[in-house]
Design a binder for this molecule. Structure first.
Ligand code: KIV
Length: 276
């Protein structure tokens, strides 16, 4: 590829334009093959800590480690050329203090080559967000339902049912914005609350289970692709990969058992040559 035709990776400046322009298209990505397919269609690819549940079968994101995020971040970076890639900071990697947050965020950026990190913890991590941004690390915030807090909340529960929860979600977003976050994921809140948050902050909001009025949308890609029967209410399945995979495996099993596979088209036609 010549220098002139080389695709330019998006930057925080492109992401900021969404506040006035077209909504940001964002999806999660965890591996190279899927990242290659999503990359041309997305402004942001998020290597989310949802990888723990989606790829590794964990019950929550709490057990996700830095090593897991680095491995999946590297795969997504190798396979993408134009999307802005954000890697999630896992539970326990940033809450202690700003030094801990910087060392781990810098490691994520240096070892994966990603453009930014996401910090899920709301108000308690505002100092860390400002510390990272001042030192050259773009940070995406996260307000509303925070899956890393599942054990405090007693499950994955939408936020904003009470006045306290409503105000807390706004405070989280406003604090992340004031600390310098370049965008904020707003998860699992009523549309009115998401719209209020979007108006209250200067940076773009990216909704998941929130509102079409957000400055962008994100989904867990495996939900969008229909890899499972159950998906959260806010997901619109745009494919049925579960049926496609089950069908392919069933056909393969039947053809192996009946010796239809491998057929002539799948076997090498080599002629034995005399030994020299
Ligand atoms: O971990 C993740 O995939 C996320 C998205 C759901 C926003 O945080």
């Amino acid at each position: 590829m010549s220098a002139q035709t080389q695709v330019r990776r998006k930057t925080v400046r492109d992401i900021a334009k969404a506040k006035q322009g077209d909504p940001l298209v964002c999806l999660t990505a965890y591996d190279a093959q899927v990242a290659t397919l999503l990359d041309p269609h997305c402004d942001i690819l998020l290597v989310g800590d949802s990888v723990g549940m989606v790829v590794h079968g964990m019950a929550s994101t709490v057990g996700v480690t830095m090593e897991m995020m680095i491995l999946h971040g590297q795969a997504v970076m190798r396979a993408s050329t134009q999307a802005f890639v954000v890697v999630d900071m896992p539970f326990g990697s940033y809450e202690t203090n700003s030094d801990q947050a910087f060392l781990n965020a810098a490691r994520l950026m240096q070892e994966t080559g990603c453009q930014a990190v996401k910090i899920e913890s709301g108000i308690c991590a505002t100092t860390q967000i400002a510390h990272l941004v001042e030192r050259g690390i773009p940070v995406m915030g996260h307000a509303g339902l925070r899956p890393q807090a599942i054990n405090v909340d007693g499950g994955f529960r939408a936020k904003g049912r009470t006045e306290t929860e409503w105000n807390r979600a706004i405070e989280e977003a406003v604090a992340a914005d004031a600390a310098g976050a370049f965008a904020i994921v707003v998860e699992g809140v009523a549309p009115d609350l998401a719209d209020e948050i979007t108006k209250a902050v200067a940076c773009p909001t990216i909704g998941i289970g929130a509102s079409a009025g957000c400055d962008g949308q994100i989904l867990v890609t495996n939900d969008l692709l229909g890899m499972t029967d159950w998906v959260p209410k806010f997901v619109k399945k745009n494919a049925d990969l579960k049926s496609a995979i089950v069908g392919a495996a069933e056909t393969y099993a039947a053809e192996v058992k009946s010796r239809v596979f491998p057929g002539a088209a799948q076997t090498y036609k080599l002629r034995k040559a005399a030994d020299s």
